[in-house]
Design a protein around this ligand. Structure first.
Ligand code: ADP
Length: 367
């Protein structure tokens, strides 16, 4: 186990005479034994950061500290890290057993101990029956398990996993995800997983670092980033189905009530109490509400939106209702016991304590 501290980390690449700033002033601490996810869209700098921690990539500026030692200039083999990278190939001529044993042999570990350790890890990862096989005979998913086994057999202070479940199909991915979580509680290494899949990050991590265009947007527990996204990017990236996000304009009605009008529509509803003092007339705001936080109610009042159903989908356990509002398709999730047809009237209520409001000029949350 080891603590990982990243200070003001930057990475720039030159690509066809163009300078790419892949990682921008990253500051982050992973506590001893913590499971951290680096989450963000493809190209946001997740893997580059992981490779810099591993020592496979030079640092442009900044500092990486593992277990109290600055490792900027340390060779990867001296950093106390275990790597399971998507394209980190297994040695083709060696059996699975010998692949896993490789690093232990390099450290001159006695064969008896190697046998015990490989056996234990193989059992943990359910690959005991593969130990005599060569990598060429394995499926993509099996190779990924062997990769993980090879990384953790060294009992690294920091375990680095780059999209370790990417080759697995739906069901297998789910069960391997559960196994990874169990594995982490058993081996207790500080672990960092790189993923672009928000549900994977939410399910696995103690804390999630959400990155966009090389910049850390938010670093928090799954519940923090879900319930209090600091900006519109995080709000839209976390949650499935995604949060509804649309533009509203504030105004004061003849009745004196503060109202929001949804852009490009005639739909209006009263500004939730928490925001009445904060919004200014004629100003636009980005309004966010999760599909599960929109309730269908019996009749209309100033708080509700009265509209018509555009699309209704029944998915078994739950149903989804989609409503065209101006340029946006507003989605909500309901229980299995409702049924609508296109054009049916519907009254919607946004749960007041679940509303998110963002400043359209910079995307930041309005508290
Ligand atoms: P992610 O893992 O989030 O998908 P990466 O860390 O791989 O993203 O890449 C971040 C950015 O750096 C991208 O714009 C990518 O094209 C660029 N990049 C990564 N590796 C190199 C490289 N070796 N040379 C030039 N540009 C690179």
């Amino acid at each position: 186990m080891a603590e990982l501290v990243i200070r003001d980390l930057n990475k720039t690449y030159m690509k066809q005479k163009e300078r790419i700033h892949a990682v921008k002033s990253l500051n982050l601490t992973a506590r001893d034994g913590e499971f951290i996810a680096f989450l963000g869209p493809s190209g946001c700098g997740k893997s580059t950061t992981l490779r810099m921690i591993a020592g496979l990539e030079d640092i442009t500026s900044g500092e990486i500290e593992i277990g109290g030692t600055v490792v900027n200039r340390l060779h990867p083999s001296k950093r106390n890290v275990g790597l399971a990278f998507e394209n980190y190939a297994l040695y083709p001529p060696l059996t699975v057993y010998d692949n896993i044993a490789f690093n232990l042999r390099a450290k001159k570990t006695p064969e008896e101990e190697i046998k015990r350790e490989v056996g234990k890890i193989a059992e943990l990862l359910h690959i005991t029956s593969l130990l005599d096989m060569k990598p060429a005979a394995l499926s993509g998913g099996q190779k990924q398990r062997v990769n993980i086994a090879r990384a953790i057999v060294r009992k690294p202070g920091i375990l680095l996993l780059d999209e370790p479940l990417s080759h697995l199909d739906g069901k297998m991915r789910q069960s391997m995800r559960t196994e990874l979580k169990r594995l982490h509680t058993e081996i207790k290494s500080t672990s960092i997983i790189v993923t672009h899949d928000q549900s994977e990050a939410m399910a696995l991590a103690d804390r999630i670092a959400i990155i966009n265009e090389g910049v850390l947007q938010q670093f928090g527990t799954p519940l923090e980033v879900y319930n209090h996204p600091v900006n519109e990017f995080v709000a839209g990236f976390i949650g499935e189905p995604p949060m509804n996000l649309f533009t509203v304009h504030a105004f004061t009605a003849k009745t004196g009530k503060k109202m929001f009008r949804i852009e490009d529509s005639l739909l209006e509803f009263e500004v939730p109490a928490a925001y009445r003092e904060k919004v200014r007339d004629s100003q636009p705001y980005r309004f966010g509400i999760r599909p599960a936080d929109i309730h269908i109610v019996g009749g209309s009042d100033p708080h509700t939106i009265s509209t018509k159903v555009t699309i209704f989908e029944s998915l078994g356990e739950e149903c989804r209702v989609h409503i065209r509002v101006g340029e946006t398709l507003l989605s909500l999730v309901t229980g299995e016991d409702v049924h609508y047809r296109t054009g049916d009237p519907i009254h919607l209520l946004f749960r007041e304590d679940r509303i998110h409001l963002f400043d359209p000029s910079n995307g930041n949350r309005i508290q």
